[in-house]
Design a binder for this molecule. Structure first.
Ligand code: ARG
Length: 599
């Protein structure tokens, strides 16, 4: 039982015995005692005043006295301020709580069982014509954090990714490579495969725009020019060939996609994200067509004179939505229907979460209705975890073509910055080069991840590299540094031969508020995990980790740990520090942030 639960029971017993009043548990309101008063937890007595027929002060006095006399193992002292009963909790339950934190290696997490619901979470979902950029970084970090948080809340989680590997965009890269590539490969150029393909996509675009410009100069209007430019026509021909299974086009497509996947794999590995099951649009879009035809036959959709197939969603307050073009080719929505079908076949999905940017809000609103119409039981309740844009301050890290920030470049720059910063900080203390590199990787990526995840996902944001790596402030490195500090204290204790007992026996040290507050903070971790799970909010975990870290630093500022002469108190504080380190690492682990043992 938690201290809160014990207190609620105690107060219920008090009002029953004092006033013969059966108070439901919700009526017992507990708050953290305000800083200016003595106490840990405060009971609001107003709900009992009527039954007691006494003044709030009197009721507070009587309940307080009752608790000290009858629940003395929990309540040591009390004082009453107006209608608020401030309770000082005795040491024993605090020690109990600390022991609970230490006893459970997965403290705060719900176990996953056979009966747990299955949640599928889709994130990343790139197109195969260019490398991942800053927007994908936010997507991947949010998606993988969400997956860990949902799992920590006792759900089975399947992490998935839909790779949009077919379509006109890929044909553009392929065509450009055929025209200007001279057989260039990742090996021959030393470029990552995804970067190589991305460069050809850019090259296509450059030449295409020149063609359009020339046609316009010759008197064609821009819209027509965009359709009539020879390059785009050629790309379309290629797509038609692809759809017809033309062996040459398919072979080239396979080869180039393999290059891209090898590149993506490196990026994912560096980012620390992974998937349980990857779907490819080239496998799902035909399933989508089939589903649409099925819906057409069932009368859910209708065909226009030109042969195109539409869903009429005006009844739902939306518009009419194209599902198949007049030439029978599929659209973005079609592949999503097919992907849903395959996922549903492969897994007993109870809930589906799509992590996709907010520019696709409408798409997912429509998808939800379509899937529901088509009979997917989770269609109606599908969650579009919609997040805002992320940008860098002007002028920072623009990629080759000057528009997007490349994910690989960004991660490398963060790690390099962390390495430089640590060089400056720890000039004297020597750390083997290999460890220094590893620490820089953890810190650089920790800075990036934390800075992005601490922002409410729905909001647009600016990623500020300098601010993110600052050691003082609400940053990943600040939390990592505190962790490393605790790790160093624990190492020293070990060197001195101190053995921290796994479970402390009850001491009577009159624990200070700084100490009990820290235990209270630790005890809020399960609540924070639950809340983050209900709200789908990685930022809630960031917040919690920051608060815990601050509370530890305040404690450490006021008290010595290894210098403490009272042995019992020293062991208590070591045990407390150890628990803080563990919870920090569990919390940050949910965010995909690794903890360095030294910094
Ligand atoms: N590949 C798409 C894009 O880059 C995003 C796919 C999102 N997921 C989905 N199921 N539609 O815009």
């Amino acid at each position: 039982m938690t201290i809160e639960e014990k207190l609620i029971e105690g107060v219920q017993a008090a009002v029953k015995s004092l006033y013969g009043f059966e108070a439901p548990a919700q009526q017992v309101q507990l708050q953290k005692t305000r800083d200016e008063f003595e106490g840990h937890l405060t009971v609001v007595v107003f709900p009992f005043v009527k039954a007691a027929r006494k003044s709030p002060e009197m009721v507070g006095e009587e309940i307080g006295k009752y608790l000290v006399e009858n629940a003395g193992d929990v309540v040591a002292k009390y004082n009453v301020v107006k209608g608020f009963l401030n309770l000082v909790i005795s040491d024993a339950p605090w020690i109990d709580l600390l022991n609970q934190v230490n006893a459970d290696p997965q403290f705060g997490f719900q176990p996953v069982t056979d009966k747990s619901p299955l949640v599928m979470i889709e994130y990343s979902s790139p197109n195969t014509n260019k490398p991942l950029h800053l927007g994908h970084v936010r997507n991947n970090l949010l998606g993988s954090a969400l997956a860990r948080i949902v799992e920590a809340n006792g759900n089975k989680v399947v992490k998935t990714n839909i790779v949009n590997d077919r379509g006109i965009h890929i044909c553009k890269s392929m065509l450009a490579w055929l025209k200007w590539g001279n057989g260039e490969t990742p090996e021959s150029s030393g470029k990552k495969g995804d970067h190589l393909i991305g460069d050809y996509y850019v090259a296509f675009d450059k030449h295409y725009r020149e063609e359009v410009k020339q046609l316009v100069a010759q008197g064609m209007d821009e819209e027509t020019a965009k359709q009539e430019a020879p390059l785009i026509k050629e790309a379309h021909e290629m797509l038609v060939k692809w759809e017809r299974n033309d062996s040459e086009v398919r072979a080239l497509w396979r080869k180039m996609n393999e290059w891209v996947y090898a590149g993506f794999d490196e990026t994912y590995k560096m980012m620390g994200v992974s998937f349980d099951k990857i779907y490819y649009e080239s496998d799902t879009y035909l399933e989508g067509k089939e589903k649409v035809i099925e819906g057409l036959q069932k009368g859910l959709f209708y065909r226009r004179d030109d042969g195109s197939v539409w869903a009429d969603l005006t009844g739902e307050g939306l518009d009419e939505k194209l599902l198949l073009r007049s030439d029978g080719t599929s659209v973005y929505m079609t592949q999503d229907i097919g992907t849903a079908k395959l996922r549903f076949q492969d897994f007993p999905i109870d809930k589906m979460i799509y992590v996709v940017g907010n520019e696709q809000n409408y798409h997912f609103q429509v998808l939800s209705i379509l899937l529901d119409k088509l009979g997917f039981k989770w269609g109606k309740d599908l969650v579009h975890f919609s997040y805002g844009m992320v940008e860098l301050p002007n002028g920072k890290m623009k990629s080759r073509e000057g528009t997007v920030v490349d994910a690989d470049d960004l991660m490398a720059a963060m790690i390099a910055d962390a390495y430089e910063a640590s060089k400056e900080r720890v000039k004297q203390t020597e750390m083997p080069e290999e460890e220094a590199r590893e620490v820089a990787r953890k810190v650089g990526l920790g800075a990036l991840k934390y800075f992005i995840l601490k922002v409410d996902a729905r909001k647009n944001m600016l990623f500020n590299p300098e601010e993110s790596i600052d050691f003082n402030g609400n940053t990943g490195p600040f939390i990592q540094y505190t962790y490393a500090r605790i790790a160093s204290i624990l190492r020293k204790a070990k060197d001195q031969g101190v053995v921290i007992p796994a479970q402390l026996s009850t001491v009577n040290c009159q624990l200070s508020t700084k100490e009990t507050e820290l235990i209270q903070k630790l005890n809020q971790f399960p609540v924070a995990v639950r809340q983050a799970g209900t709200d789908y909010s990685p930022s809630g975990i960031c917040n919690y980790c920051y608060e815990l870290t601050k509370a530890f630093n305040q404690f450490y500022h006021d008290f010595t740990i290894l210098g403490e002469t009272d042995e019992t108190l020293k062991l208590f504080r070591l045990s407390l520090a150890q628990a803080v380190a563990k919870v920090i690492s569990l919390g940050m682990g949910l965010l995909g942030i690794e903890m360095p043992e030294r910094m």
